[in-house]
Structure formats: C-alpha cells, structure tokens
Design a protein around this ligand. Structure first.
Ligand SMILES: [Zn+2]
Length: 318
C-alpha cells in the first residue's frame, strides 16, 4: 500500500486528499498510477462513504508490483519512508490503522501537482529516474501529515479504533475492565491537532454529559428542531455544569444556520443539511459529531454549541 498517486488527469495527491474530495464534493477518479514508477494503482477505502476500518490508501493490482526499485513511497535522505515510524499509526494485535492527525481548512477541492508530460515520462522510465522522482517528492512532502478538513474523518477514525480494540479484546478474551483500559490507552496515544492545539483522540472528543470550556469534538444524539432558518439539535442527555458550589443540569443545543442556496453548497454540506431536514420531518433521533466551543446561555439554563462550518459537523445516516 502507498499514500500517493497520480489520477487520470495527471494530478498528484495523497489518498486522504482524494478521499476528502470524494466525501466533500463527490469527486471520483477512474484510474491512478504510481507517481514514481507509473504502474497502475487501485484506490482502497477512498471511495466509500461510511465508517471504515481501513485508512485511505493505494494498492498495486494483483501480480503487478512496483518496478524499477520503487515501493510506492518517497525517499528521504536515501531511505524509503515506507517503514518509518509514524505518529498517526496505531497497531492493535495484527491490525494497523492510520488516522488523520491534523484538522485543516479546505474550502475547495484540494489542488495537487499536475504532470502534463506523463506519457513521455513513462516511455523513458528507468531506476535512476524513479529514484530521482522519489527523492524529489521526499524533499517536497517528506513524511507529510495525514490531514483532513472534515470532522467526519476524525469521528470515523475514532470509531474504527474502537472496533479494532473490541475485536482484539474478543480474540484475546480480555475482561471488560482490560478492554476499557486498552481503549483509553490506545486513544490517548493517538495524536490529533485541532486549530494548532495538540492533544489526543481520548481528550479531543467529548459527550454531552459534562460541560467543557475547551474546543472539543462534541458528540451526542438528539431531536432536530428548526427556528428562523436555524437548525437546533437538542441532546437527549442533560449536561452537568458545576459553578461556585452549585450544580446545574442544562439542556444541550447544537445550532447550525441553514444556507439559503443549498444547491450551491459542497455535496457533503448538502448531505448534512438533508439528513437534518429529513430527521426533523420524520421526528427521528440523529447521532451527531460537531467541533467547536460550547457556551452557557439563557441564564445557566442551556449549553449552546454554535457551528458555522458544515465541514465541522457529521450527522450519521439514519
Ligand atoms: Zn511505484
């Protein structure tokens, strides 16, 4: 498996960027080649919508490995980055999982590097040229971070880590206490960077049971209400808030302003809006993730998490 590929338009990007383009904008490419030795590659876990136990990557076709000394990865100081220790890789039993470790902002489809003379390059391909290209990309991107602009990618990764831990615990017949510890330990070792703030998957996520003054990837479930063009998700669980020896049980609201020109929004945003409107119409409970800072409002009666970027919301399919 590898991270980089050139698509049928001659554009080079990372698997995670192709995945974001698909989720956010519905953009899908038919074919890929290795950016170094130009053999054909297969997109894996890139064009799927839903929680996944695999990170986006590229694989060779069966019996068609990389050629001319290539392994699909850039070279940094003469060494392939393939085997290097990665901070965003967890290993649970025999399973490996790569997760996004930095939230970035991408309003448009990401822009990769274009190779216009691909057919010419393929014609005069040899080990020296492959090495040169791998070194060139190594200098440019090195061991670039796996980033994403959508909270959904982080939420899906957390779920994938949880299911890998549960599977391992079952196989190894761990007690529920041991499984709990393993899960906490694994999530604590998975770094995540949000708005320049470095933390880990254990700390970054927060359910609505307790209040926090920090920016969090909040998650919960609740019913959808609409008032004056603003969608509110009212959490089914009250939030405990302690202040000056007093303890309060507050209602937790997540709010999103519905844009007027829904059709002009990125495909992902339209999906989120449609899921919310559908849930409201059918009075269904939605499971949600949203990134932001919550505040206490209405004279300590409610918590409000106001979201203005739909990339920062994930509503699970009902
Ligand atoms: Zn290759």
């Amino acid at each position: 498996m590898s991270d980089l590929a050139i698509n049928d338009k001659g554009e080079q990007k990372a698997a995670s960027e192709f995945h974001d383009d698909f989720i956010l904008h519905g953009i899908q490419h038919a074919s890929f080649v290795c950016p170094f030795c130009f053999i054909g590659l297969v997109a894996k876990a890139i064009y799927i919508d839903g929680p996944q136990g695999k990170s986006p990557h590229f694989s060779c076709f069966p019996q068609k490995p990389h050629i001319n000394g290539c392994d699909g990865y850039p070279l940094v100081e003469g060494k392939s980055v393939k085997g290097e220790k990665k901070s965003n890789k967890i290993i649970i039993g025999k399973e490996e999982f790569l997760f996004p470790e930095k939230l970035v902002s991408r309003s448009k489809p990401s822009q990769g590097k274009f190779l216009n003379d691909l057919s010419e390059l393929i014609k005069e391909n040899n080990p020296e040229k492959v090495e040169k290209r791998r070194e060139g990309v190594g200098k440019e991107v090195g061991s670039a971070k796996y980033t994403s602009s959508i909270i959904r990618s982080f939420a899906s990764s957390k779920k994938a880590i949880i299911s890998l831990v549960y599977k391992y615990a079952k196989d190894e017949e761990l007690s529920s206490e041991e499984r709990k510890l393993l899960l906490k330990d694994t999530l604590s070792q998975a770094p995540i960077e949000l708005d320049g703030y470095k933390t880990n998957y254990q700390v970054a996520f927060q359910g609505t049971k307790y209040f926090s003054t920090y920016k969090k990837i909040w998650n919960g479930e609740g019913v959808v209400k609409i008032k004056d063009g603003i969608v509110y998700i009212l959490s089914g669980q009250d939030t405990e808030y302690k202040h000056e020896d007093n303890s309060y049980e507050l209602s937790f609201y997540t709010s999103l302003k519905i844009p007027e020109n829904i059709e002009e929004q990125p495909a992902y945003h339209q999906t989120i809006i449609n899921r919310l409107l559908n849930a409201r119409e059918k009075e269904l409970v939605v499971k949600w993730f949203a990134y932001g800072m919550a505040s206490i409002v209405l004279d300590k009666k409610s918590v409000l998490l106001s979201i203005d970027n739909f990339d920062h919301v994930f509503i699970e399919k009902v």
